[in-house]
Design a protein around this ligand. Sequence first.
Ligand SMILES: [Mn+2]
Length: 270
Amino acid sequence: MKIGVISDIHVDINYKENDTIEDALIKVIQDMSIDVMIIAGDISNDYTKSIQVIDYIESKTGCKCLFVPGNHDLWNIHHEEIAHTDDIYNTFQAHDSCLCGKPYPLNEDYVVIGDIGWYDYSFGSDNYDHTVYEVGYHQERQWQDKNYIHWHMSDQEKTLELYDKLAKQIAQHQDKNIIFVTHMVTDSNFTVPLPNDTWEYFNAYLGSEQYGHLFKENVKHIIMGHVHYRFGLLKHNQEYSCRCLNYRTQWENEHETLKNIQDTMKIITI
Ligand SMILES: [Mn+2]
């Protein structure tokens, strides 16, 4: 079974007439004969669009397109009427291909477990305290989740709530190999290297080191997104992967849609 992994496809920001990300992704899925896709969040800035894209890819390819939402997918920037982010999260969770709360068995040995994850500032520099991170403003830049995400609980509480939710699902699958998916970063190797005046602050919003405690031996793959990197590493025989497509403006050549998707896509064969 061939499993394709990608994240941060941002179909709206990357929109180009007659050259959309979703159509290029469909072509790559077909060309590479991928059986199951995993998208680790940040499909678009509008949850209705993100769900539409998942349905479109599945209907065109017949390939299951598992996903977790990213922070961008949860933004209410196009839906100011939605005052509570849980309403958007719950809409995603109700989708058949959303991993949130629904482990997905691939075969008798492997299961995919995932959720967005959240950040608790543990990757931020100790030069700032939590009250500063709660504001999300640094060097004239505002962390946009502070405008468009409304959990009605603190970031730390949300991080822990999702930790507990994931820990339960992992405990229920001790006899299986696990492919673990979050949008948020779960290992400090994937934060922005220091010294960096901007990111010693903004690393706080990339994820949480807490999630690393979830990775028992049977967790074989750890997939994340969010930080717009494309690399992986092997640690304790566990494979960590960050496969972000990113913005066209970050590509070497913004017209090379297919090439960028091919280069970004990771294949896991089980
Ligand atoms: Mn993100």
